[in-house]
Design a protein around this ligand. Structure first.
Ligand SMILES: [Zn+2]
Length: 83
């Protein structure tokens, strides 16, 4: 399911964002990246390859609840380049 528009689509329509926790004491201190293989372990998030969904995601602040602000800004700019 897309974290922007909440719709279900086939996997090839999505970009997968994966989270790797580096510090077990501080869950927000984790690295986040676009998982181009779709095979990485760790928690994954899907978003359509669509700027509209990226905007919806930014508006919902969903990622801010899961990641640190630095990680959020980094993944937003990386997603933008992929779309
Ligand atoms: Zn979407």
């Amino acid at each position: 399911m897309c974290v922007g528009c909440r719709e279900r689509r086939i996997k090839s329509k999505f970009l997968r964002v994966s989270k790797v926790a580096e510090d077990k004491k501080n869950k927000k201190n984790c690295s986040v990246f676009i998982d181009k293989t779709g095979k990485s372990i760790g928690r994954g998030f899907y978003i359509c390859k669509d700027l509209i969904c990226l905007k919806k995601l930014q508006k919902s602040r969903y990622f801010q609840k899961v990641f640190s602000l630095n990680a959020v800004l980094k993944i937003y700019s990386e997603l933008k380049e992929e779309m």
